[in-house]
Design a protein around this ligand. Structure first.
Ligand SMILES: Cc1cc2nc3c(=O)[nH]c(=O)nc-3n(C[C@H](O)[C@H](O)[C@H](O)COP(=O)(O)O)c2cc1C
Length: 241
């Protein structure tokens, strides 16, 4: 229960802060799509990517087995914002329409980004990103299998990083295969806002205009109740008291 130091709250999302990734993937017609995402974690040369299954990018990745993970620096918040309310899916789903997304076929033009050919995979790298990783799919897992009406809405895609490209200026002196963390400034997304590894928001976030509550449907079932499902009401009741 609540104490003076801790309150029980139920944020609709738990995005505590992870680097933004611009994922390039190949469309059915051979053109490429770009999508910002940040539910990614890394272990060795494996990466697990969390996606809403309805997006164009996971559909492209599952069909082709490939993608490129491009990491923007903290100076690229405006680029991410230009892509933030777009989808490569036509028609736009009801869920995305309610969050004001629109279909954009050419996201490269939309964001002012330029493609560079990859070595091993079809999707191009993004020239403006200091880090670019060519990847192939290892396995896919449906999330939320505990909820019959939400199972598969989100998926985790495990990819293997095949090749890493980094700007020369990020390399650690005397270590040919190392990145110098003093030189790498990732763009971090925390609760839909964009930060760098320094104080303050780098730019006001377009994604941050979306009401977080719109995401609650991803995690709470309409037909099966779990402990904690009503925790969002605890804070509301405390506020009213
Ligand atoms: C900074 C940022 C981070 C995002 N993180 C994710 C994420 O981790 N997973 C996800 O499915 N969507 C995420 N999104 C939303 C997708 O970009 C959005 O669903 C987009 O429409 C996907 O494009 P696509 O449909 O062309 O693939 C994020 C958006 C932004 C701006």
């Amino acid at each position: 229960m609540s104490s003076t130091e801790h309150a029980i709250i139920s944020p609709a999302i738990l995005y505590w802060g992870t680097p933004v990734v611009l994922v390039t993937s190949e469309n059915e017609d051979g053109t490429s799509n770009i999508a910002p995402m940040s539910s990614a974690w890394w272990l060795g040369h494996s990466c697990v990517l969390g996606f809403g299954a309805e997006s164009k990018t996971p559909q492209n990745i599952l069909r082709t087995g490939e993608c490129v993970l491009n990491l923007p620096s903290d100076t690229m918040g405006d680029v991410v914002n230009k892509l933030a309310d777009t989808t490569g899916s036509d028609p736009v789903s009801d869920a995305k329409t309610s969050r004001n997304y629109r279909f954009v076929k050419d996201k490269w033009a939309r964001a002012g980004l330029h493609p560079q050919p990859s070595s091993f995979v079809a999707p191009p790298r993004i020239a403006e990103c200091p880090v670019q990783m060519e990847c192939q799919v290892v396995q896919v897992t449906e999330l939320r299998k505990d909820l019959p009406d939400r199972a598969g809405l989100a998926i985790a895609i495990e990819v293997r990083v095949l090749r890493v490209h980094v700007l020369q200026s990020l390399r650690m002196e005397g270590h040919p295969n190392r990145v110098d963390p003093d030189k790498w400034r990732p763009l971090i997304m925390t609760f839909q806002e964009l930060y760098g590894l320094r104080d303050g928001k780098v730019v006001p976030s377009v994604l941050g205009r979306i009401d977080e509550e719109k995401y609650r449907g991803f995690t709470r079932s309409d037909v099966k109740k779990l402990p904690g499902d009503d925790d969002d009401q605890i804070a509301v009741a405390e506020g009213e008291a």
